[in-house]
Design a protein around this ligand. Structure first.
Ligand code: AMP
Length: 308
């Protein structure tokens, strides 16, 4: 059966319960599992990878497409965010997704902006949060709502003996800070869902795929390659257990015309706390995450790489 589009939470709950009741589930995984893939649309191969990961291990898969006004500080950014619903439907269908949930803003926020929101806390103020105040509060609030909306009322199997939930949500490692915050929210607020991370999908030249890449001119796109190049430099040093020498990686970015570095930080992969000890003379050990953000032409780009 192909994909079905729904635009209300009631339709979503009814259809996913119906599909769960009918679905035998992928071989070896049994029935009663549902995967949710939250997106803002303008889908590319990175999103398709999330969808495929969910399809591979769940009986029923829902992908949401919702451009969440709450997480945009800049109305111009919200206005120009690409909306490509027909193409999105084709991407999700090809990946084997069962339901596309594409609600209008009034369905998600029927009373206008919510008076009560999830707050991301201190981690929400660092890195991306420092230049986008309120962004992660808005993102976590909509993820919380989507996690509730996407959870079917009937048909979910109990958690397996290993404690794995039968309700799973898939997030890309591309947005490392968002992933860390969603994991914290789910743990801190006892959401009954497993958060499944999916590796970053890149173009063959190393540029991490992003819905915003379409706004780059050819020259800007070339310049943007310095983000992944700087991260690869750090990874080579980490692999060789050399000092990371962050300033020299920053210099690489500063030397690239048209690229304005915001931050390059080496952090703990779980807490995202800065790991200053690895920045200068100390040989690299252990595991870390290198986060980078820069403005290139009209867009702000982020990327990251695992070290160690
Ligand atoms: P977005 O619609 O861009 O907000 O992203 C929806 C989901 O897709 C998020 O969990 C992102 O982390 C994930 N995602 C976006 N780009 C990529 C990529 N290049 N590789 C892997 N996941 C991605």
């Amino acid at each position: 059966m192909g994909i079905t589009t729904v635009s209300t939470i009631a339709e979503l709950k009814a259809l996913s319960a119906q599909l769960l009741a009918a679905a035998p589930g992928p071989a070896g995984h049994g029935g009663g599992t549902l995967g949710l893939v939250p997106t803002m649309g303008a889908l590319h191969r990175g999103h398709a990878e999330l969808a495929r990961a969910a399809v591979a291990e769940n009986a029923v898969v829902v992908a949401s497409v919702f451009v969440n006004p709450l997480q945009f500080g800049d109305p111009v950014d919200l206005e120009r965010y690409p909306r490509t619903t027909e193409a999105d439907l084709a991407v999700l269908d090809a990946a084997g997704v069962d339901i596309m949930f594409a609600p209008p803003v009034e369905e998600m926020y029927p009373g206008g902006e919510p008076a009560v929101r999830v707050t991301a806390g201190r981690l929400g103020e660092l890195y991306e949060g420092a230049s986008r105040p309120g962004h992660f509060d808005g993102a976590l609030t909509v993820v919380a709502k989507l996690l509730h909306a996407g959870r079917p009322d009937t048909g979910l199997a109990p958690a397996d003996p290993a404690g794995r939930q039968s309700y799973r949500a898939y997030f890309g490692q591309k947005d490392a800070q968002q992933l860390a915050l969603v994991r914290r929210m789910v743990a801190d607020l006892n959401f009954p869902v497993d958060i499944v991370p999916v590796p970053i999908v890149r173009d063959s030249d190393g540029l991490a795929l992003s819905s915003r890449n379409r706004f780059l001119s050819d020259g800007e796109r070339d310049a943007a390659l310095v983000l992944s190049r700087a991260l690869r430099l750090l990874r080579r040093r980490a692999d060789a257990h050399e000092p990371l020498d962050i300033p020299s990686a920053e210099e690489l970015v500063h030397m690239t015309p048209g690229v304005e570095l915001d931050y390059l930080e080496v952090v703990d992969p779980g807490t995202l706390a800065a790991r200053a000890e690895n920045c200068q003379d100390t040989p690299f050990t252990g595991q870390a995450l290198a986060l980078i953000a820069a403005r290139v032409g009209p867009v702000r780009l982020i990327d990251n790489v695992t070290l160690g």
